[in-house]
Design a protein around this ligand. Structure first.
Ligand SMILES: Nc1nc2c(ncn2[C@@H]2O[C@H](COP(=O)(O)OP(=O)(O)OP(=O)(O)O)[C@@H](O)[C@H]2O)c(=O)[nH]1
Ligand SMILES: [Mg+2]
Length: 225
């Protein structure tokens, strides 16, 4: 009995979140904004990737930065002259569409071309919580262990681009990059898997190109709807 009730409550929460996520997406499209949701393990390099992209593209990028407390990542992004709003989840291990809708109200939506949302570092909790993005990018690094990908199938299956970062440290931690790439391709054969060392500037161009391609792909489909 308890279990049935729990499932009902969970379903209602998910339905409400999905509705709000669609509302967020329409709101963003009204402002011609392409939205990317960055998920990944703690410390895998999500903020570093967002900072590098901001510094290397001409388009204007706004950011919603999720942290459980304080403005750690928002403060880093601020120093790159991008409009940013910090979102605190408290004890929750993921952002949700409701928090994002509040964040949107504090961003200059008419002045940005892209919205990047950095989720809380976690490979499990964010899986089912749509935020209203056009694309989800998952970032893991070799230092989490080269079995990280195969152990977390759902987040990799639900992403549109997979990034394996910190390849400069692979030898030091005895991780096989090839294994991680193979695991990712097996879980999600339809998406690109890119290996990067943000520290050494390797792979960043390829990531930017993959984002542009996904954006073009989605816009093409919109025109044919
Ligand atoms: N060696 C090495 N270090 C990296 C690389 N990319 C990021 N780092 C470092 O890894 C640490 C964590 O990077 P962040 O960008 O803060 O990671 P994050 O995923 O945003 O972390 P959370 O938001 O806390 O989940 C920082 O000290 C980065 O400088 C890389 O390619 N190689
Ligand atoms: Mg971060």
């Amino acid at each position: 009995m308890h279990k049935v009730a729990d499932v009902e409550v969970a379903k209602n929460i998910m339905d409400a979140n999905a509705k709000l996520a669609h509302k967020n997406l329409h709101h963003l499209e009204d402002h011609d904004i392409f939205c990317i949701d960055f998920v990944g393990a703690i410390g895998s390099g999500k903020t570093a990737l967002i900072e590098d992209i901001i510094d290397n593209v001409d388009e204007k990028i706004g950011v919603l930065a999720g942290d459980i407390i304080s403005d750690f990542d928002a403060d880093r992004i601020k120093s790159h002259n991008a409009p940013v709003v910090g979102l605190n989840t408290g004890t929750e291990c993921h952002l949700d569409a409701h928090l994002v809708s509040h964040g949107l109200g504090d961003l200059p939506l008419d002045d940005i071309d892209y919205l990047f949302i950095e989720n809380v570092g976690n490979l499990i909790c964010p899986v089912d919580f749509e935020l209203g993005s056009h694309m989800r990018i998952v970032v893991v690094s070799v230092t989490e262990g080269d079995d990280t990908v195969e152990k977390h199938p759902y987040i990799f299956q639900g992403s549109d681009l997979i990034i394996i970062n910190k390849i400069d440290l692979a030898d030091a931690v005895g991780a096989s990059v090839d294994k991680m790439v193979a695991d990712a391709k097996k879980l999600n054969p339809d998406v690109k898997v890119i290996t990067t060392s943000l520290k050494e500037g390797i792979g960043l161009d390829e990531v930017i190109k993959a984002i542009e391609e996904h954006k073009a792909h989605i816009e093409h489909h919109h025109h044919h709807d």
